[in-house]
Design a protein around this ligand. Structure first.
Ligand code: COA
Ligand code: AMP
Length: 630
């Protein structure tokens, strides 16, 4: 069946469609019903089922003839090492780690934070939680102690699993001081921390609280899979919203198993046994869905890559890994390809490798600019598929369903709605727009299985953030349009979220940090265009009356503050001191206009602007740091 027929089949009877897809999962008690409306536009999937996520990702493959197949390849150019783990070995590792958690009193429903670099133990940790019904929350290693503390207080973990260090090119990132600092800052205290000591750095353990990863597993009984309800949370993943407080996206177990399994063949063209690679990080949604869960649920081999697209050691790393491990489908962020293209515009590195095993390149996480797509198409001579999704959805909203039927690529569009998603472009009044007209991108409720049912302990925020603006719809926070053929175009965010190197960040959160500087009276952070990273944050600060310290010094302190409080991943490198910020007469800061000035784009003078002269001052300030030159 092709795409249109499949989409139509879903639309005619969504419940039958999703019950049919559910037959690919091994249930303890199979679902009798797919959708469970909970009132007020809240929905859950497969709530009557009983299942275990780890069983579906690991044990069933051991039982069904894949025991000796490689489940995980750890390819780590930064440590010059490679490890291959079979499904049987994975079962052993995960059940022992799960046993260690049980021995520490972790039970079904308890939360466990995972703060780890790209090592296979990070996947062991996620799967060990799934095995015993504990709810994991992975925190990206590039976040600072303060961000970790915020997450500790929000999800109140009984245990934290962490490593002694991560490895960034040229530096060892010591995790333990960040972890200790976060626990110190947080009101909630975990009962136990289980620490993986890496040979690159051995950290001190706090007696009575910290346990060594291996020692914690000694003498404990391996844990069996605990059946959980279909609507039991598999994990919480925090993502940036408009304010400094991150949103705890909840993922229910059953829907995520069914939906992810469906995508592996229909979107990523993988058959069980194929090698699939998503070059992302377990701290992001791409890492949850496509480094850990989906490939394992589907019986593929997944690659845990600890390195960068360039510099570890060169711009040929991606291609070396694809050749060496016979990768069928490769998924990364456009930024990573831009970085490779910048270093190797003529593809000299690429030519050294035999990429005949590769079917296609998949891009997501940020807008894929046409230059990057064309370059990758030309160099690889393979299809390049952009696809659009979010932490909230956990899998593709719009993509090219190449495993069902490869649709013609229109560069600039992530292609069409996947079954499960009824996408509409709405104007401010919530009225559907015509093809080609811009508007807010909304999805008719209910969302499909695998998407967020709520935010962790924040149902009101969930409703306010996603369900209120357009009643009956989920508001994506993205704006764009759809053409006559149903191809979607994603143009911009409608909120204060920016995307830096494929990482979703909140300008609001950065503003909160700058506002905390003792000399800062007022501030604004905007995302300006960046040729490599897509966007890059720039801060503007107005000083309190009477402050007469050197502006450069204050700007430097602001940069350091964001690095210390949010983390290096914010990539906040530029702050400027200005006298005033441009505002409307009602006092709203005109951030969108500031972005246009920075990017040297034409803009309409906002009718409500209080004092247009301030825009000239902003332009001069931006020119001082290399923007607004056009
Ligand atoms: N732990 C600690 N620090 C981290 C980190 C981690 N896991 N990941 C990134 N950082 C640090 C970097 O070292 C850098 O620090 P610096 O300011 O001291 O240089 C900072 O955070 C910013 O990182 P980044 O924005 O990634 O820039 P970069 O210059 O290090 O690398 C790219 C540029 C393009 C190579 C890199 O951004 C990349 O690989 N992007 C692809 C992103 C991706 O896969 N996203 C996942 C979504 S699908
Ligand atoms: P995240 O939750 O980190 O995955 O970020 C999701 C956001 O990234 C989306 O809401 C979009 O703004 C942006 N995004 C993700 N994929 C794409 C894409 N293919 N094209 C354009 N924007 C994208």
């Amino acid at each position: 069946m092709g795409y249109r027929e499949t989409y139509q089949q879903w639309k005619e009877d969504p419940e039958a469609f999703w019950l049919e897809q559910a037959t690919s999962i091994d249930w303890v008690e199979a679902p009798k019903k797919a959708l469970f409306p909970r009132g007020e536009n809240l929905f859950e999937w497969y709530a009557d089922a009983k299942v275990n996520g780890c069983y579906n990702a690991v044990d069933r493959h051991v039982e069904n003839g894949r025991a000796d197949q490689i489940a995980i390849i750890h390819d780590s150019p930064v440590t010059a090492s490679q490890t291959k783990i079979t499904y049987a070995e994975l079962q052993d590792r995960v059940s022992r780690l799960a046993g260690a958690l049980v021995a520490q009193g972790v039970e079904k429903g308890d939360r466990v934070i995972i703060y780890m670099p790209m090592v296979p133990e990070a996947l062991d940790a996620m799967l060990a939680c799934a095995r015993i019904g504990a709810v994991h929350s992975v925190v990206f290693g590039g976040f600072a102690a303060n961000e970790l503390a915020v997450r500790i207080d929000d999800c109140t973990p009984k245990a934290i699993l962490a490593a002694s260090c991560g490895l960034e090119p040229g530096r060892v990132v010591q995790y333990k001081p960040l972890l200790d600092g976060a626990i110190e800052m947080a009101d909630h205290k975990p009962e136990v921390c289980i620490i993986l000591q890496r040979e690159q750095h051995n950290c001190d353990l706090i007696p009575g609280r910290d346990l060594d990863w291996q020692a914690a597993q000694e003498g404990v009984a391996p844990a069996n899979c605990v059946p959980v309800e279909g609507n039991h949370p598999a994990y919480i993943l925090y993502t940036s919203g408009t304010t400094g407080a991150p949103k705890g996206v909840v993922r229910h177990t059953a829907g995520h198993l069914v939906a992810l399994n469906w995508t592996m063949k229909n979107i990523y063209q993988c058959d069980p046994g194929d090698v699939f690679w998503a070059a992302s990080d377990v701290g992001w949604v791409v890492g949850h869905s496509y480094i850990c869960y989906a490939p394992l649920i589907h019986g593929n081999t997944t690659i845990v890559f600890e390195g960068k697209p360039i510099g570890t050691p060169d711009a040929g790393t991606f291609w070396r890994i694809i050749e060496e491990h016979k990768v069928r489908s490769f998924f990364t962020a456009p930024t990573a390809i831009r970085a490779v293209k910048r270093e190797d515009p003529k593809g000299e590195f690429l030519k050294k490798y035999d990429l005949s095993c590769l079917r296609a390149l998949y891009l997501a996480g940020e807008r894929a600019d046409p230059d990057t797509i064309h370059w990758a198409q030309d160099m690889l001579d393979k299809p390049v598929f952009d696809h659009w999704w979010q932490t909230e959805t956990g899998w593709t909203i719009a993509g090219n369903p190449a495993g069902l039927e490869a649709l013609p690529v229109k560069v600039g569009s992530p292609t069409v709605a996947m079954p499960g998603y009824d996408i509409e472009i709405l104007d401010e009044a919530g009225q559907p727009q015509k093809p080609g007209e811009l508007g807010a991108i909304a999805i008719k409720l209910p969302l499909p299985p695998g998407t967020l049912p709520t935010l962790w302990h924040a149902e009101d925020r969930f409703k306010k953030s996603y369900l209120t603006t357009f009643p009956g719809y989920y508001e994506t926070g993205d704006a764009g349009m759809m053409d006559e053929d149903g191809y979607l175009y994603i143009m911009a965010r409608t909120d204060d979220v920016i995307n830096v190197a494929g990482h979703r960040l909140s300008t609001g959160a950065m503003e909160e940090v700058l506002a905390g500087h003792p000399d800062v009276a007022e501030c604004a952070v905007i995302g300006v265009s960046d040729a490599l990273k897509g966007q890059s944050p720039v801060g503007f600060v107005c000083l309190s009356k009477g402050v007469n310290r050197a502006h450069e010094e204050i700007a430097k302190e602001c940069v350091q503050r964001v690095r210390d409080q949010i983390g290096p991943v914010a990539a906040f490198k530029q702050a400027v001191v200005v006298d005033r910020l441009p505002k409307t007469r009602s006092g709203k800061i005109l951030r969108a206009t500031m972005v246009k000035i920075a990017d040297s784009q034409d803009f309409k003078m906002p009718a409500t602007i209080d004092d247009p002269a301030i825009l000239d001052e902003i332009k001069v300030a931006l020119q001082g740091i290399g923007y607004a030159k056009g």
